[in-house]
Ligand binder design. Sequence first.
Ligand code: PEP
Ligand code: MN
Length: 337
Amino acid sequence: MLVVMEEGASEPQIEKVIARLVSMGFTVHRSTGVTHTLLGGVGPIPDFDPATFEVMDGVKECHRIVSPYKLASRHFRPGGTIVKIRDVQIGDGKVVVMAGPCSVENHDQIEAIAEIVARDGASVIRGGAFKPRTSPYSFQGLGEDGLRMMREAADRNNLLVISEVMDQTQIPLMSEYVDILQVGARNMQNYNLLRQLGEIRKPVLLKRGISATIEEMLLSAEYVLSGGNYDVILCERGIRTFESYTRNTMDISAIPVVQALSHLPIVADPSHGTGRRDKVIPMARAAVAAGADGLLVEVHQDPDNALSDGAQSLKPEQFAEMMQQIRIIASAVGKSV
Ligand code: PEP
Ligand code: MN
């Protein structure tokens, strides 16, 4: 349920409503907006009368939220969430570009890519240090060495770092090096990991599972939010369909659908979404046109020799071209890059 406080409701009035919710067995999540404070009450309480709250001092209205996710719902924060990390804001109308290799491979590679993506306008460098590979014989990532290399390259180029966390035991180590923890498609429903990520105060980028519905993705986000970590960014990265020409089918419509259902920012990953370098730029353009809050793109200076996902990694000159094109498209939909 959701209690919307009146504009200018006093702190004691808010506290009183919170106390009432708690006494009824709800867990309370507070969202303090510019004009209104919203109190989300989460709990399996079958019958209660919203009027109980509507008559309390300082309360404007009270609603039952019938969707299965409450904190991820747009109702909880009608104005949208902006995830702020140093001088980067995700969800504020700017298209934030996160770019870099699929995997951190060595010192020279990550240094060179950091410089390239920063020069062309990315704000975040991506790169996996722990890799979820389909085959156990494929390159599994450099682990902590990779994280350290990426952090250093990022700091030299004023970039933030995003990297994938594969299980909860990696959270403390990764938190020392990265600014955003990425949950990969294969882990979207790893509920132990999601719960643990709810306990920390570091932004999480949650990728849509390979066969997950939008509702399932929002329920996974709810796991993180319900722990009190509200800095969640969603990511459409393509889903598996009967089409086999592309690696996955990029669901561009997920972007406006999520924006209507949820307050969380949503970015698009056209690299995993298509699996083909020649289709990444068109899908990046489409995602920006559809209103994405950012892009997550794989870029490599020598993609033919990349240790993972070379076929879908842009060459540096293609990345520059993509940036140039999305700047034009962003301005057509009232955004900037
Ligand atoms: C990645 O970002 O390199 C990755 C493994 O992505 P996904 O989880 O979407 O497959
Ligand atoms: Mn990859």
